[in-house]
Design a binder for this molecule. Structure first.
Ligand SMILES: C[S@@+](CC[C@H](N)C(=O)[O-])C[C@H]1O[C@@H](n2cnc3c(N)ncnc32)[C@H](O)[C@@H]1O
Length: 265
């Protein structure tokens, strides 16, 4: 039997400069590329002459099976996924399908995940240093997770004073989820808590809005399928166009002392 391989490749936020060397290497090595059409477009100039399977959104199960079948038939397949494939990406579904079919990771079909820069760290880098202390990541999508469970997680993250990164904040059909989340957050956080809305990070269409919790919904035109929202915790502050989450050094040191800063007593 031919020995194929399945790579599950994170292509980063959407620009080549933010794709890893290894991601480019395995895409070049592959003879077959599978992915949601927007992600395939991101790697368009690397895939000339290859067999390319473009999928519309919501065909994930079909896409996953096709990749597994192609790799089993001897193809070197790259399944491209935005950001990191292990964060709300395709890695989980592939492993779930393989696990259900009693796949042996040591001797069965070779599978390798190529990590990528996720929306959370690409978006964070654009607006400063918002993720310097503990943070939680929540997705507002209730397609696969019941809304009651998401509400519990929002409540816990809000109560725990985590900085909160929100993926899939809203879509044309999904409006109330972010509004309900803001109401929960306002039970625990000041209305002036800094919020950043980053749309299309590192893409030509990139937009960034710095606002606060009570004004977040005034920017609904910036929310959508490629937007990430970052909500500060009780110590987050804005400095000019940046969001800063202090790591805690100011409680220990005078940061203006350049030589041997002494511990504060
Ligand atoms: C299904 S999740 C996939 C996340 C991806 N695997 C990752 O690690 O970034 C899709 C969500 O990721 C976020 N996202 C993806 N690309 C983005 C970008 N370029 N700028 C801002 N947010 C992005 C948005 O919140 C979007 O709704």
């Amino acid at each position: 039997m031919l020995e194929g391989k399945l790579y599950i490749v994170g292509v980063g936020p959407g620009h080549h400069d933010h794709m890893t060397y290894r991601a480019k290497q395995v895409i070049e090595e592959s003879d077959t590329i599978v992915g949601y059409e927007t992600y395939v477009n991101i790697v368009q100039d690397l895939i000339e002459g290859k067999d390319v399977y473009r999928y519309a959104m919501t065909q994930e199960v079909e896409r996953a099976h096709q990749c597994i079948d192609l790799a089993k038939s001897g193809k070197i397949v790259s399944l491209v996924s935005s950001g990191d494939p292990g964060i709300y990406g395709m890695a989980g579904l592939i492993y779930e399908i393989l696990a259900e079919s009693d796949w042996d990771p040591k001797n069965g079909l070779p599978v390798e995940i190529i990590p990528g820069i996720s929306a959370l760290n690409s978006c964070a880098s654009i607006i400063g240093s918002p993720l310097m202390t503990d943070f939680a990541v929540l997705s507002m999508s209730d397609l696969l997770v019941p809304w009651e469970i998401i509400v519990k997680r929002v409540e816990a993250a809000a109560q725990g004073d985590f900085v909160i990164v929100i993926y899939n904040p809203s879509s044309k059909k999904r409006i109330h989820q972010l509004q309900d989340t803001i109401k929960i957050l306002l039970k625990y956080r000041k209305p002036t808590t800094p919020v950043a809305i980053i749309k299309g990070a590192f893409r030509d269409s990139q937009t960034v809005v710095l606002t606060d919790l009570e004004n977040l919904t005034n920017h609904s035109d910036k929310l959508g399928m490629i937007t990430t929202v970052i909500v500060g915790n009780s110590s987050t502050y804005n400095y000019k166009d940046l969001m800063i989450n202090p790591r805690g050094y100011t409680s220990k040191y005078n940061l203006q002392e350049q030589e041997n800063p002494k511990l504060k007593v």
